[in-house]
Design a protein around this ligand. Structure first.
Ligand code: HAM
Length: 425
C-alpha cells in the first residue's frame, strides 16, 4: 500500500469543514482590517531563505527541502530551489520585485497556504503544514515603522481568535532591538558564552561564534541552565527601541489585550527586529505555539530592496484546528435534502429537481432509482439530511412531491412551486 509520506497527512471531511470555517473567518476578519490576499509560489530560489531567514537558523540549516533543478534548455541555468519553509521572505521578495512600495501606501497582505519543513514529525508538527499569515510593510513615510502597526496587527489577531472561538490563549511579547542595539547585545552574549560554551552542544558552540542570538533557540535540556544565565536583550535596548516597545504595550493596555513580556523569546528566524510575539495554547502540549511573528525592519534591504519596514505573523493552521477540536468545536455543513428517485426512468426527474434546488443555494444529494426506498431513507439519515424528497411517477405527473422530515418523521405533499419555501422554513 502506498501511504502519505511521513510528516504529511490527508485532511478529510468532516475535519475539512472546520478548516474551511477558519479560512472563511480569516477572510472576513482580515478584510475588516483592510488586508488583501497575496499568493506567492510554493518554491523559491534557496538563496531567498538563506539570506532572508538566516543561514544559522534551524529552518535553513536543517529543515529545508532543497533540490538542484536541472536546466532543461540551453537558455536555462541549473538552479538550487527550495520548498518554502515560511512565507514572509516570499512576500518581501514579491514586494521588491513588483515595486509595491511605489504607491507610497502601506501594503497589508495576507496568505493562506502550505509550508514545508523537514522537522521530526509529531502531533502539531508536520513536514507539510499550513500557515495563515499577514504582513504589513511599506515605505517608512507610510508609517510602517510606527508602533500603531504592531498594536493594530495584534488587535486583528485577537479579533480572529475570538471569531473562530479559540479560548485560553496566552500572548507572549518581547522586543529584540534593532541594528543599533543588537551588536552590543551580541557582543555581551559572545563574552558571556566564551566562558561556558565548552559545556554546550555542538550547534551552540558553533553559533556562539557565528550568530550568538541563535544559542537562545537551543532545545537541548542540558544546555538550558547555562542559557538561563545569559544576558537578557531587554537590558541592551537603545532608547528608541525601549520607547517603541513601551508605546506598543500602552496601546495593547488601552485595547484590553492581555500579554506577558517574555524576555527570553527571540524567535527562530534572523530577520526580526523590535517587537516579537507568540500566542500559545495549553491544549497543544509540546507544540504549544499557535502562531508567531514580529517586526522585520531590515529584511527588504537584506534582500536587495528599498527600505521597507514591516511586521507580520503566521498562524499554524494545523495547530489552530487541533486546539479548536480539543474544545470540541465542529463546523458541520448540513445537508438539507436527499432526493430519492422511485422506479425506472425517475433519475433524470430527480436530477432536474436537485438542479433547481441547488441553483437556489440549497445543499442537496441524490439517490438512485435502483435503490429500495428503505435503503435511500437509511442513507439520507446517515448523511444527516433534514428532508427526503420522493420523486416517483405520480409526483412527476402531479408536480407535487412527498417530503419526509427525517428529524420528526412527518410526511407531507408539497407542490413544486412551494417546495423551496417549505425547505428553508
Ligand atoms: P514561525 O514561528 O516559524 O514563524 O511559524 C509560525 C507558526 O507556524 C508557528 O507558531 C506554528 O504554529 C506553525 N508551524 C511552524 N512549523 C510547523 C510545523 N512543522 N508543523 C506545524 N505547524 C508549524 C514564521 O514562519 C514567520 N514567517 C512568521 C512571521 C510572519 N513573522 C513575520 N511575519
Amino acid at each position: 500500500m502506498i501511504k502519505a509520506v511521513r510528516g504529511t497527512r490527508d485532511l478529510l471531511p468532516p475535519d475539512t469543514e472546520l478548516w474551511n470555517f477558519v479560512d472563511r473567518k480569516v477572510r472576513q476578519v482580515f478584510a475588516r482590517y483592510n488586508y488583501h490576499e497575496i499568493r506567492t509560489p510554493v518554491f523559491e530560489s534557496t538563496e531567498l531563505f538563506a539570506r532572508g531567514v538566516g543561514e544559522e537558523t534551524d529552518i535553513v540549516s536543517k529543515e529545508m527541502f532543497t533540490w538542484e533543478d536541472k536546466a532543461r534548455a540551453a537558455s536555462e541555468k541549473t538552479q538550487t530551489l527550495t520548498l518554502r519553509p515560511e512565507n514572509t521572505a516570499g512576500v518581501v521578495r514579491s514586494y521588491i520585485e513588483h515595486e509595491l512600495g511605489r504607491s507610497g501606501l502601506l501594503q497589508k497582505l495576507y496568505y493562506i497556504g502550505p509550508q514545508f519543513r523537514r522537522e521530526r514529525p509529531q502531533k502539531g508538527r508536520y513536514r507539510q503544514f499550513f500557515q495563515i499569515g499577514a504582513e504589513v510593510l511599506g515605505p517608512a513615510s507610510a508609517g510602517s515603522e510606527l508602533p500603531i502597526r504592531d498594536a493594530e496587527l495584534l488587535d486583528m489577531l485577537t479579533a480572529l481568535l475570538e471569531a473562530v472561538g479559540l479560548k485560553g490563549w496566552t500572548l507572549f511579547l518581547n522586543s529584540v532591538g534593532c541594528v543599533n542595539c543588537r551588536p552590543g547585545y551580541n557582543q555581551a552574549l559572545r563574552e558571556a558564552l566564551a566562558g561556558v560554551k565548552d559545556q554546550l552542544c555542538d550547534d551552540c558552540q558553533r553559533r556562539a561564534e557565528t550568530n550568538p542570538l541563535r544559542v537562545l533557540d537551543c532545545k537541548v535540556p542540558a544546555d538550558q541552565p547555562i542559557i538561563e544565565k545569559l544576558p537578557k536583550i531587554a537590558d541592551y535596548l537603545d532608547a528608541d527601541c525601549r520607547e517603541h516597545f513601551a508605546q506598543v504595550r500602552s496601546m495593547l493596555d488601552t485595547l484590553g489585550i492581555p500579554y506577558q513580556v517574555n524576555e527570553r523569546m527571540v524567535r527562530g528566524l534572523d530577520y526580526y527586529t523590535r517587537t516579537t510575539f507568540e500566542f500559545t495554547h495549553g491544549e497543544l502540549g509540546a507544540q504549544s505555539a499557535v502562531l508567531g511573528g514580529g517586526r522585520y525592519d531590515g529584511l527588504s534591504e537584506q534582500l536587495g530592496g528599498p527600505k521597507a519596514p514591516g511586521i507580520g505573523f503566521a498562524i499554524g493552521e494545523d495547530r489552530l484546528v487541533l486546539a479548536l477540536q480539543a474544545q470540541h468545536a465542529q463546523a458541520v455543513a448540513s445537508l438539507k435534502a436527499f432526493v430519492v428517485p422511485l422506479g425506472k426512468g425517475m433519475n433524470s426527474h430527480a436530477l432536474l429537481l436537485a438542479q433547481e434546488l441547488r441553483a437556489e443555494g440549497i445543499a442537496v444529494d441524490v439517490s438512485d432509482e435502483s435503490f429500495r426506498l428503505k435503503k435511500s431513507f437509511e442513507t439520507a439519515e446517515k448523511l444527516g439530511a433534514t428532508y427526503a424528497i420522493l420523486v416517483g411517477e405520480n409526483e412527476v405527473q402531479a408536480d407535487a412531491f412527498a417530503v419526509k422530515n427525517l428529524k420528526t418523521g412527518e410526511q407531507t405533499t408539497v407542490i413544486r412551486a412551494e417546495l423551496l419555501a417549505y425547505l428553508i422554513n
